[in-house]
Design a protein around this ligand. Structure first.
Ligand code: COA
Length: 274
């Protein structure tokens, strides 16, 4: 149990709740899955690789001292596969209280250095994948009171060289979040986003800041002067999904060390956005 569990949240805050976490097999979303499980939720994680999904479920169980985390495999671009994953999850968990679209694809490349298919791959994984998850998951939500979160990024609101695909996909996610909040609020469904800054031990940071020099640069342009932890994104997700966030919907919550607060990086650098 972490200090945050003891001081910030009751240890049983999410007991009896169920959560489906796409991308929950690594990085930020694995961190969220662990935090949820430690606070009593039953979780299903979805990834593309079955071995990785099984390993993540075992890691989540061991971390929380429980058993029963569900490992699911599907490509979020395949709507039928997403539907099948939900069916498998609810067969074990019953209805879903929480649904997180955390899957993402990224590689730094200039627009002229990527094919149409490369641009489309990221749009499909991030934006279409989020729609597929929310659309297919809707029928399984426990209503009223369900909470949906999409993981977005600072690129959604900050045009960033080498990230045209991600900027376009995440901007789409931001407006999708707000639109679904309007359409689904009357049903008792809240829809929010979390926009993480540079988070340690993630595939994203390995791709965007692959060298010690790049890491140092990102820290230097981050107002809080450090990388965030996956646990800290988990805490934001707990806030949004718990009764503490019951009147919050259509919001994008920046959990980014201040990187989204203004222009702090050198123009034209990746460090300016993360
Ligand atoms: N620069 C330019 N183009 C690239 C590229 C790069 N660094 N990496 C991949 N591509 C292109 C491929 O060449 C391909 O285009 P083509 O068909 O015209 O040759 C296209 O992107 C799709 O790549 P592919 O590997 O077939 O797709 P995929 O679905 O298996 O992978 C990615 C999707 C490309 C987003 C891959 O990086 C991925 O799976 N990422 C998931 C993990 C991740 O990115 N985590 C970080 C999250 S912040």
């Amino acid at each position: 149990m972490t200090a945050a569990d003891q001081t910030t949240f009751r240890a049983d805050l999410l007991r009896g709740k169920t959560a489906f976490i796409a991308g929950g097999t690594s990085g930020i979303n694995l961190g969220i899955a662990k935090r949820f499980t430690r606070l009593g939720a039953r979780v299903a994680v979805l990834g593309r690789n079955p071995d990785k999904a099984r390993a993540a479920a075992a890691e989540i169980d061991a971390d929380a001292g429980v058993s029963g985390t569900i490992a699911l495999t599907a490509d979020v671009r395949d709507y039928a596969a997403v539907e099948a994953a939900f069916a498998a999850a609810v067969a074990e968990l019953g209805g879903l209280d929480i649904l997180i679209a955390g899957q993402a694809g990224n590689f730094p490349a200039p627009a002229l250095g990527m094919s149409a298919n490369a641009f489309k791959a990221v749009i499909d994984i991030d934006l279409i994948g989020s729609f597929n998850l929310f659309r297919a998951g809707h029928q399984h939500l426990n209503l009223p009171g369900a909470s949906l979160i999409a993981i977005t990024a600072g690129q959604a609101v900050k045009p960033t060289p080498l990230q045209s695909h991600v900027c376009a996909a995440k901007a789409g996610i931001n407006i999708l979040i707000k639109t679904l909040a309007l359409e689904w609020g009357p049903m008792g469904i809240r829809v929010n986003g979390i926009s993480p800054g540079p988070i340690a031990d993630t595939e994203g940071m390995r791709r965007l800041a692959p060298t010690p020099e790049a890491e140092a640069h990102v820290k230097a342009v981050t107002p809080l002067r450090r990388f965030g932890r996956t646990d800290e994104i988990g805490d934001a997700a707990i806030y949004l999904c718990s009764p503490a966030g019951a009147y919050v919907t259509g919001t994008i919550l920046d959990v980014d060390g201040g990187t989204g607060a203004g222009s702090f990086g050198s123009p034209g650098s990746l460090g300016g956005i993360i």
